[in-house]
Design a protein around this ligand. Structure first.
Ligand code: UDP
Length: 328
């Protein structure tokens, strides 16, 4: 049985990756320090002997006694409101955390895949974004802590590949949605659905003309799985190119949920990208992959998930509210 270490295991993407690798017959070691992750996302795995969990901050030296075949580095705050609350932790997990995990991969002879992001393209001046575009990032803006950590992550990952010969993979993830997103994480889909379920108005930031392209989580996981097993070491976009404005997206959520609430407009956050759409030509040809689940279907599944949560969770404040201890 092959063994994989997944960091950020209790998070949205990490937990789905844990499920997938268990399903594929791997031993899975999950690691998370739970500042934005939630153990409820992986509670179904704790009964399995193929699953093990370590509560650890990967920004500090990482040691596991087990021999690893693969490492997936998915630990990171991933929503703009998190970057504002825990900016230094965000920088550290993308930089120091990545360094630690590359060191672990090197010492164990394991292959490592790191989670990069469409945010490396910043507020893009090229549309759609292909992997050869270098991006338009403000290093000192509120998103800079995430964007630059991820850009550093790509740089050090390539350096470990070329200098140390470590087997590395880099996935550039575009907006992804699905069950287990945090209702209060501030991102557009859980915000809109949470607002609809609580009977609040839907908040559009700016005039709603900015675009995003949303990928259903199972499609993303399939792309990541294929990339890990491929021999492609350069950054690869994985996302769904079906682009939509945020105003249209709000309309879709209103229809889906049947809410009578209206839309209200709020200030656009600083450096909010105006448009975003992945060019997935390369993923198609290298992985033979493309997304299969359209937005109507993905939104339906996601809405059913949020509806199935207890009422308390709809009103739950961020369970990771005590950020104080992480201000280092
Ligand atoms: N957004 C919005 N209302 C909300 C939350 C987000 O209009 O309640 C907008 C946000 O300004 C951005 C888009 O939706 O233009 C996607 O935001 P999100 O935080 O989900 O992710 P991003 O792609 O910006 O990282």
């Amino acid at each position: 049985m092959k063994r994989v270490l997944i960091t950020g295991a209790a998070g949205f993407l990490g937990s789905h990756l844990c499920d997938r690798f268990i399903k594929e017959g791997y031993h899975v070691i999950g690691m998370d320090n739970l500042i934005t992750g939630d153990l409820r996302n992986i509670e179904q795995l704790f009964v399995l002997k193929e699953f093990k969990f370590y509560n650890h901050d990967v920004s500090k030296f990482v040691h596991v006694p087990e021999q690893l075949d693969y490492i997936l580095h998915f630990a990171s705050p991933a929503s703009p409101i998190d970057y504002l609350k825990i900016p230094i932790q965000t920088l550290k997990v993308g930089s120091l955390g990545t360094h630690n995990l590359l060191g672990l991969a090197k010492s164990q002879g394991a292959r490592i895949l790191v989670a990069s992001t469409s945010e490396v393209y910043g507020d893009p001046t090229v549309h759609p974004q292909n992997e050869d575009y270098w991006g338009n990032v403000n290093p000192i803006g509120p998103r800079g802590v995430y964007d630059e950590a991820k850009r550093f992550q790509e740089a050090i990952t390539m350096a470990y590949h070329t200098y140390h010969g470590v087997e590395t993979r880099i996935v550039r993830i575009f907006n992804t949605y699905g069950p287990r997103m945090r209702l209060n994480d501030g991102r557009v889909l859980p915000s809109f659905i949470g607002q609809a379920l609580r009977g609040e108005d839907l908040t559009i930031f700016g005039d709603g003309s900015q675009t995003r392209s949303f990928c259903y989580v199972d499609d993303l996981v399939e792309g990541i799985y294929r990339l890990l097993l491929s021999d492609y070491a350069y950054p690869l976009n994985v996302g769904n190119p079906d682009e939509i404005t945020i105003a249209e997206f709000a309309e879709e959520i209103i229809k889906l949920t049947g809410t009578n609430q209206k839309v209200v407009y709020k200030a656009l956050p600083v450096d909010d990208p105006k448009q975003r759409q992945p060019d997935i030509t390369r993923a198609k040809s290298i992985l033979g992959w493309e997304p299969k689940i359209n937005r109507a279907e993905g939104l339906r599944i996601t809405y059913d998930y949020f509806r199935s949560l207890s009422k308390d969770r709809l009103y739950e404040e961020a369970h990771h509210k005590d950020f104080g201890q992480y201000r280092n």
